[in-house]
Design a protein around this ligand. Structure first.
Ligand code: AMP
Ligand code: ZN
Length: 108
C-alpha cells in the first residue's frame, strides 16, 4: 500500500523517532503548527480512528501520549485526531497530533 506513514513507521525515510514502542512510533510533524508538534502513529495501518478494532492498541495509543509528554516534560498540550476529509484529515493512516508550546485558542 502506498501510505506515507506506513513507510515512515517502517523506517524507509530514516525519520527520527522521538519515541517508539513495539506497536507505535512518534515523530515530528513536517509542517508544525506550534513549537512542539508530534504525531503518534500505530505501526499497523488503520485509515482512521473508526477503523480500529483493537482495544489494546487504543489504550496503548493513549498511554503513549502520556509517556511521550512525560518524557519530554510537556505539561500543557492539545491532542487532535482528525477522522475524515471534512474534519481535516489529510493522511489516511491513523495518527494523534500532540500540539504544544504556544497559547492555543478555541477549536475549529
Ligand atoms: P491530518 O490533517 O490530521 O491528516 O494530519 C496530517 C499531518 O501529517 C499534517 O499535520 C502534516 O503536516 C503531517 N505530515 C504529512 N506528511 C508528513 C511527513 N512526511 N512527515 C511528517 N509529517 C507529515
Ligand atoms: Zn499506512
Amino acid at each position: 500500500m502506498d501510505c506515507i506513514f506506513c513507510k515512515i513507521a517502517n523506517g524507509e525515510f530514516n525519520t527520527e523517532f522521538v519515541y517508539e514502542t513495539e506497536n507505535i512510533v512518534v515523530f515530528k510533524d513536517i509542517n508544525p503548527v506550534a513549537p512542539t508538534h508530534l504525531l503518534v502513529v500505530p505501526k499497523k495501518h488503520y485509515s482512521n480512528l473508526s477503523e480500529v478494532d483493537d482495544k489494546n492498541l487504543l489504550a496503548e495509543l493513549m498511554e503513549t501520549v502520556q509517556n511521550v509528554t512525560k518524557k519530554l516534560n510537556i505539561e500543557s498540550f492539545r491532542t487532535v485526531i482528525n477522522t475524515g476529509k471534512e474534519a481535516g484529515q489529510e493522511v489516511f493512516h491513523l495518527h494523534i497530533h500532540i500540539i504544544s508550546g504556544r497559547k492555543l485558542e478555541g477549536l475549529g
